[in-house]
Ligand binder design. Structure first.
Ligand code: ADP
Ligand SMILES: Nc1ccn([C@@H]2O[C@H](COP(=O)(O)O)[C@@H](O)[C@H]2O)c(=O)n1
Ligand code: MG
Length: 481
């Protein structure tokens, strides 16, 4: 199997995006960076015990979606995925595990019962699902409904995810498959609606004619539904009447999944850490800025968009006073007045990339600067600082797009506190944050707020954020070439 072919069908929904905390990559535990990678590793156990985190890496949440053919299983799954936009979700089709007919069988495909459990390679399905559940990536076969065969040249590579959805007519039939599921959903749609949809779909998408669809339905699909699919409905935790039309049921299911998955673990530990609500737009922008091949203008453009969102979110954490205005209709509108005593402080050099967004949101805002030398002296050397004289009376938005070890951040925050800024008046704005940096800053300054757009997996041996986006300042200011 050529490597390229596998890459070509790389699963988009499970791409290189790690917004969840991975305990296996949590290496740093003390409130300052360890002096060596080995000491970092050695401190893992202490950190986990300290923060009451579970010792095992989180297992993905597995959802089974069953129902008759054309009941709307795929449609329901796609709606769930759309609503779970801030989680990594992967959809696995039982259909991918159809055994595939020999040339001889394919000639008499009309006599083949595709609705019987034996038509699927269930052992292979169990192997794939078990691997995915344990966090490994898998190659899933690609099945062609037109010629009833598997594509032997390529696979669909599916990566580890937070949620795995397995859908298919018989996913509740085998007890071993059922036992891998955390939640079972049955899509219940009237038989006549299913048949009508199936005729339309199979003639349009699966290369069939109406007569063959009707013949197959009477001979195999309906009897198998009665013998295997319907009896498996009793295993369902949730039954969705009317499939994708039932928005109430789908919303309730999504809420349940979100509760099960919970917030980011670090937000539970540190209530002052805020990760902005993810959307496909935000994930798309992160995908672009993290791509090492993006051009500098595009990097700047999408970073600016993301930074603007972080800044707006950060401003939303400032205190406000009630204010009433009279509208042109003569009515009174009761709203709020912004907090006026503000200033920005950028940590040179990459923090300066966030100044424009701050200026765009807060007209005429004062912006101070701090330069900290990161190499040598364990990153604690303050080289330069220029801050507004009245900074102690202001709320401070501290700007640095990447929170790595937390050493520079702590140095900057220390300086602000020395200048008389109360800790709870500092909001630290990041684009991406490493869990190690969050621990480091939040342990030392528990009243300070951190607002970030994504929390990454961790730091590597060189204390660089992984997956991260490289040297932010160089990429933003075009000095990386
Ligand atoms: N609520 C719905 N309203 C109209 N058409 C639908 C609805 N749900 C599904 N369909 C259509 O019916 C066909 C079968 O739906 P699909 O979700 O693929 O079913 P399944 O995965 O259960 O076989 C598709 O062509 C789909 O677009
Ligand atoms: N070569 C094949 C394989 C399967 N089928 C039919 O597909 C149905 C399952 O897919 P759904 O998306 O409808 O769940 C199943 O009822 C098989 O009859 C086929 O026609 N040809
Ligand atoms: Mg389907």
């Amino acid at each position: 199997m050529p490597e390229k072919a596998m890459d070509d069908v790389m699963e988009a929904a499970s791409g290189p995006h790690f917004s969840g905390l991975r305990l296996d990559s949590l290496r740093l535990s003390t409130s300052s960076a360890p002096s060596s990678p080995s000491s970092a590793k050695a401190s893992v156990a202490g950190q986990i015990a300290d923060d009451s985190l579970p010792e095992e890496p989180k297992q993905p949440f597995v959802i089974g979606v069953s129902g008759g053919s054309a009941s709307g299983k795929t449609t329901v799954c796609e709606m769930i995925i759309q609503r779970l936009h801030d989680q990594r979700v992967v959809l696995v089709y039982q259909d991918s595990f159809y055994r595939g007919l020999t040339a001889e069988e394919a000639e008499r495909a009309n006599d083949y019962n595709f609705d019987h459990p034996d038509a699927f390679d269930t052992d292979q399905l169990i192997e794939c699902l078990t691997k995915l559940k344990s966090g490994q990536s898998v190659n899933i076969p690609i099945y062609d409904f037109k010629n009833h065969r598997r594509c032997h040249e390529s696979f669909r590579k599916v990566n580890a995810s937070d949620v795995i959805i397995l859908e298919g007519i018989l996913v509740f039939h085998d007890p071993c498959v059922r036992n891998l599921m955390d939640m079972k959903i049955f899509v219940d749609t009237d038989a006549d609606v299913r048949l009508a949809r199936r005729i339309r779909r199979d003639t349009v998408e699966r290369g069939r004619d109406v007569n063959s669809v009707l013949e197959q339905y009477g001979k195999f699909v309906k009897p198998a539904f009665d013998d295997f699919v319907l009896p498996s409905k009793k295993y369902a935790d949730v039954i969705i009447p009317r499939g994708g039309d039932n928005h109430v049921a789908i919303d309730l299911i999504v809420q349940h999944i979100q509760t099960k998955l919970g917030q980011h673990d670090l937000c539970k530990i540190y209530p002052n850490v805020f990760v902005i609500q993810s959307t496909f737009q935000i994930r798309g922008m992160h995908t672009l800025v993290r791509d090492r091949d993006i051009t500098t203008p595009d990097f700047v453009f999408y970073s600016d968009r993301l930074i603007r969102l972080v800044v707006e979110h950060g401003l939303g954490n400032l205190p406000f006073t009630e204010k009433q205005v009279v509208t042109p209709t003569g009515s009174v509108y009761t709203g709020v007045d912004f907090c006026k005593k503000l200033c920005g402080v950028s940590i040179i050099r990459s923090g300066e990339s966030m100044e424009n967004a701050l200026r765009a949101c807060c007209k005429g805002i004062k912006i101070g600067k701090i330069l900290i030398h990161r190499d040598g002296d364990n990153g604690k050397q303050l080289i330069y600082q220029k801050l507004p004289n009245d900074i102690s009376e202001r709320h401070v938005l501290l700007l640095d797009p990447v929170l790595g070890t937390g050493n520079s951040a702590n140095q900057a925050i220390e300086l602000l506190i020395q200048k008389g800024v109360p800790e709870d008046r500092i909001i630290f704005l990041n684009l991406i944050s490493a869990p190690e940096g969050i621990h480091c800053v939040c342990k030392r300054f528990p009243s300070l707020k951190i607002v970030t757009s994504e929390i990454d997996a961790g730091l590597n041996e060189e204390f660089r954020v992984i997956p991260g986006l490289g040297e932010y300042g160089d990429r933003y200011f075009g000095t990386d070439i």
